[in-house]
Design a protein around this ligand. Structure first.
Ligand SMILES: [Fe+2]
Length: 196
């Protein structure tokens, strides 16, 4: 027997060494005006004030590094080179969560955890095949079937400080209510095909 894994969803994770660039990014986020974000249980975000954090000239080198990582993802799928379009920061405190959502008008998205205190809630990805499944999801759970990466309905990736998660922008994701006493700070960004 040969098993064929059809239509895989490719997510990359990278650990980014803390540096003067990541410290500068955190300072810039601290000093940037924020507004409550409806997807985040009204947690503060720069989404409604600025989505151009990475366009700050002081972050040019860091943006180049992130773009190179994004294009590792693109090459692994044999698709065209990408560039970062918009970028913003979300600050999740106790009791906040992120409703499931996708990032329209983007190819692949990134979430970089500048701060992820002990007990930070995971980033959850919803299995995009679930709406297509007819019998496997409900019946097998009711009769006590096992859960593996071949049939899971949700996949969770722990949010660790200095971890960058690269995922297709069409993939639904979110976080359940956070149970930490300190804040989880995320830089998020979107991409599009690079102009030739
Ligand atoms: Fe998102």
């Amino acid at each position: 027997m040969k098993q064929h894994l059809l239509f895989p969803t490719v997510v990359h994770t990278h650990y980014i060494e803390p540096s003067s660039n990541t410290r500068l990014l955190k300072d810039i986020i601290d000093r940037t005006a924020k507004k409550p974000h409806i997807l985040l249980e009204s947690a503060p975000s720069t989404y409604g004030t600025t989505q151009t954090l990475l366009n700050n000239p002081l972050l040019a080198e860091f943006k180049r590094d992130l773009t190179a990582i994004v294009n590792d993802w693109a090459r692994s799928l044999d698709i065209c080179p990408l560039e970062i379009t918009n970028s913003w920061a979300n600050i999740l405190g106790p009791g906040h969560r992120i409703d499931y959502h996708r990032h329209p008008r983007s190819v692949v998205s990134g979430a970089f955890y500048l701060s992820a205190p002990e007990g930070s809630i995971d980033l959850e990805f919803r299995n995009p095949l679930m709406p297509m499944k007819q019998m496997e999801s409900f019946v097998w759970e009711q009769i006590g079937g096992g859960v593996s990466f071949l049939n899971e309905s949700v996949h969770k990736i722990p949010c660790e400080e200095n971890l960058l998660i690269i995922f297709p922008s069409w993939l639904e994701h979110g976080s359940t209510e956070t149970n930490t006493t300190s804040e989880r700070i995320t830089l998020s960004f979107n991409t599009y095909y690079r102009d030739k």
